[in-house]
Ligand binder design. Structure first.
Ligand SMILES: Cc1cc2nc3c(=O)[nH]c(=O)nc-3n(C[C@H](O)[C@H](O)[C@H](O)COP(=O)(O)OP(=O)(O)OC[C@H]3O[C@@H](n4cnc5c(N)ncnc54)[C@H](O)[C@@H]3O)c2cc1C
Length: 294
């Protein structure tokens, strides 16, 4: 593919995020293989512009004004391999983590049951330390292949990535996750792992709103009370700004009810933060990444 097709100008990002909002990327590429990734990266290195990395966009609020510079999405950079004997899973950044969780379950491999229903990619999961049901990606990560802005590639271990709750040092910068190696546990039956995965999926569907666009939990959970409790106790469930609404089913979810803008969602985030700060003296920190100008 020539750079003319690979690197596109003025691409709408609204369809690249689970919120279905956001303006245009000034420049955009979504490489599907190593050659396209190398070509995209070389093009970026020849320019003098900011870089934004995207996975499936399921933890992002992108400004209605869009993003200046180059937006590189790894969502189509895909490929994976399970080793059923050792339990090793090697997956490229664009693989859907939930799809891998179901595939692992069908092979009787334990370790990814928590990921069913998480609509992100492996790359986003490594960066966010995605997790649920008391487990997280850092628990199973053996190493991540990282491409740095200067073009060097390194194999980093979890201890290099400063993991903690929904956090890694990859969130601070412009290092690209290309691939992850994960250790799953062999020796289980398909039925056992499917059972756990189905339970997790059922619990999710009954406690979280999956019927409208969202980013999952908007705020990181403070201690000792989860963010949802603090918001719910203020009677904010159902509260709307524009077409953005605090979900009735789960107060830490803000939904796009159809025509919400990023500004609506942003203002609702700020509104919930102000109310919680005022009543509970707790400062809620967004888990969702805000990209661009608000
Ligand atoms: C309905 C719903 C439920 C959810 N439930 C959960 C849950 O239970 N647990 C949980 O942890 N999360 C949950 N999320 C949030 C989200 O799915 C996770 O944070 C996920 O890991 C984000 O992955 P992504 O590929 O969408 O990343 P994005 O949202 O695209 O990006 C997230 C961050 O990672 C960076 N990034 C993405 N890909 C790369 C890459 N290849 N290299 C370098 N940086 C990259 C981005 O720059 C950004 O900073 C939920 C979201 C939704 C919509």
């Amino acid at each position: 593919m020539s750079n003319d097709n690979l690197i596109q100008k003025c691409v709408s990002l609204a369809n690249q995020t689970s919120y279905k909002v956001g303006g245009d990327a000034q420049w955009y590429a979504a490489p599907r293989n190593w050659d396209e990734l190398a070509a995209s990266f070389e093009w970026y290195q020849s320019q003098d512009m900011p870089l934004t990395l995207l996975g499936a966009g399921s933890n992002l609020l992108i400004s209605d004004r869009g993003l200046p510079g180059f937006v590189l999405s790894t969502r189509y950079f895909r490929g994976y391999e399970f080793n059923p004997e050792t339990g090793i899973l090697v997956a490229d950044a664009g693989e859907a983590i939930a799809k891998l969780a179901w595939k692992a379950a069908k092979r009787g491999l334990k370790g990814l049951e928590w990921a069913v229903g998480i609509p992100g990619t492996v790359g986003g999961g490594v960066v966010m330390n995605a997790g649920a049901h008391t487990s997280c990606l850092a628990d199973i990560l053996v190493s991540a292949t990282i491409l740095s802005p200067d073009g060097t590639i390194a194999e980093l271990k979890p201890e290099d990535l400063a993991y903690s709750y929904r956090t890694s040092n990859l969130q601070r910068g412009d290092r690209l996750v290309v691939r992850a190696t994960m250790q799953l546990e062999p020796g289980y039956s398909k039925a056992e792992i499917m059972e756990m995965s189905n339970q997790n999926w059922t619990q999710r569907k009954t406690t979280q709103p999956y019927h409208l666009p969202s980013c999952g939990s908007v705020f990181r959970n403070p201690q000792p009370q989860p963010a949802a409790n603090l918001i719910e106790q203020l009677g904010l469930k159902g509260y709307k700004i524009g077409d953005a609404q605090i979900a009735h089913r789960h107060a830490n979810f803000i939904l796009n009810c159809g025509t919400a803008t990023a500004k609506d969602i942003f203002e609702l985030i700020r509104y919930a933060q102000e109310k919680v700060e005022y009543h509970w003296s707790v400062s809620l920190e967004p888990e969702v990444k805000l990209l661009g100008e608000f």
